[in-house]
Design a binder for this molecule. Structure first.
Ligand code: PNS
Length: 162
């Protein structure tokens, strides 16, 4: 059984993430999408909310499971017996950061955690959770960026009635 973890902040999940999730779920038997509980960042959505949003957004993909983790990815991966992390690359600007994380994880895990990159589909290459939140916070249209139910939840957070 080939299993992989797709870690991330997912604050909130975008069509770009969902594109990577769908494609990774086609490659692996089980894909665990795991939300990082990052105490340093001040997220718009709590971990519980992000998990619920991901569950709803991926409910039609049977081999996707949603989870969350704190601390180091390598420790989580070891506990869950996972050896592949999936990450999306939108542009060359993502590469340096992602390469550093991937090399660090491989080194720290003594080769037990490898990273597989999927290039985000071009139509989503411009998308980021941060820009979605910024657009929505000014009442802008994010319907091309996130599923409708997610857009509603973001507007609610900013007190915007649509
Ligand atoms: O969606 P993001 O915020 O780009 O995801 C970043 C993530 C969660 C993949 C990365 O920050 C991570 O794995 N953090 C957990 C802490 C860790 O393992 N750090 C060591 C890598 S240098």
């Amino acid at each position: 059984m080939k299993r992989a973890v797709y870690p991330g902040s997912f604050d909130p999940v975008t069509f770009g993430h969902l594109d990577v999730i769908r494609r990774a779920a086609d490659i692996f038997d089980v894909l665990i999408v795991s939300v990082l509980n990052n105490k340093e960042k001040s997220p718009l959505f709590s971990v519980e909310e992000r998990v619920k949003i991901l569950e709803e957004a991926t409910k039609d993909i049977p081999n996707v499971q949603i989870d969350s983790f704190s601390g180091l990815l390598i420790d989580y991966a070891r506990e869950k017996n996972l050896h592949v992390a999936v990450r999306g690359l939108r542009a060359i600007t993502d590469f340096e950061y992602e390469l550093q994380i991937a090399q660090t994880n491989r080194k720290l895990s003594n080769g037990n955690l490898d990273t597989m990159f999927l290039t985000t589909s071009l139509e989503y290459a411009y998308l980021s959770s941060s820009s979605v939140k910024e657009i929505a916070s000014f009442g802008g249209d994010v319907s091309q960026c996130v599923p409708d139910f997610v857009a509603k939840k973001i507007y609610q957070k900013y007190g915007i009635i649509k």
